[in-house]
Design a protein around this ligand. Structure first.
Ligand SMILES: [Fe+2]
Ligand SMILES: [Fe+2]
Length: 233
């Protein structure tokens, strides 16, 4: 009968240990499930942000095409010396626009629903600033390209490790956008501070244009990019 004691002692231990094993297994399963759901939600959120990047960049490049087209129309009559530089930048913007358009289908992205807004907003911005004179043209270019440069920098940071293809497209146009900014700043010369107000106004208008044309997506996108920046330090 005494031999039964160890068995009676061992049984609860086995029971406890098997319960612990089940609990541990359940906990591990739940933890894995949570991790999986979390990763899937991150992937969905990232895919949405990538689609938004494609859409806003395509719309922005289209707006830039319209700005430079209107400036060239005015400059060809009033300041023909500016036309070759503006035409070269227009050629770049047309290539950039096509690159983002081609990148859209794979990323489940479509052109902005209010492209007409970009079209006429950009055209009038280019037309009116060109009427202000050569420095109006370059202040507009500097303001727009400065805003573009800021957005592209954030996007490059976000896309690294998430979408190599789109990252490479943006990296390939980044130098040209920076060259546009530097050219405009050289042309402005010492008048930079004099035109700071105009630059600030146009930069703000560009941000508002991006926000309106994406129905507020740009704010969510900026937050996603800022969060990504925070995650990676
Ligand atoms: Fe561009
Ligand atoms: Fe540009």
């Amino acid at each position: 009968m005494r031999a039964a004691r160890p068995t009676s002692r061992i049984a609860p231990v086995r029971a406890i240990s098997s319960k612990v094993c089940v609990d541990v297994a359940l906990t591990d399963d739940r933890s894995l499930l949570h991790q999986l759901v979390w990763k899937m939600s991150i992937a969905t959120r990232d895919a949405l942000t990538v689609a938004r990047i494609c859409r806003v960049n395509h719309a922005g490049e289209f707006g830039a095409i319209r700005i430079y087209s209107a400036q060239i129309a005015v400059a060809s009559r009033l300041y023909p010396d500016c036309v070759p530089m503006l035409s070269e930048m227009l050629g770049h913007e047309m290539t950039h626009c096509q690159l983002f358009r081609d990148a859209m289908p794979r990323r489940n992205s479509r052109p902005c629903r209010v492209m007409q807004f970009w079209s006429w907003g950009g055209w009038w911005l280019g037309f009116l600033t060109a009427l202000l004179g050569r420095h109006g043209i370059w202040a507009c270019t500097a303001a727009v390209e400065e805003t573009v440069h800021r957005h592209l920098d954030d996007q490059l940071h976000f896309l690294a490790g998430r979408d190599r293809g789109l990252h490479d497209i943006i990296a390939s146009i980044h130098e040209e956008e920076l060259a546009h900014l530097h050219l405009a700043e050289r042309q402005l010369g010492s008048r930079r501070s004099y035109l700071a107000f105009l630059r600030g106004l146009i930069g703000m208008a560009t941000d508002v244009l991006i926000w309106l044309s994406t129905w507020g997506d740009s704010t969510r996108m900026a937050k996603a990019l800022a969060d990504a920046k925070g995650e990676h330090g």
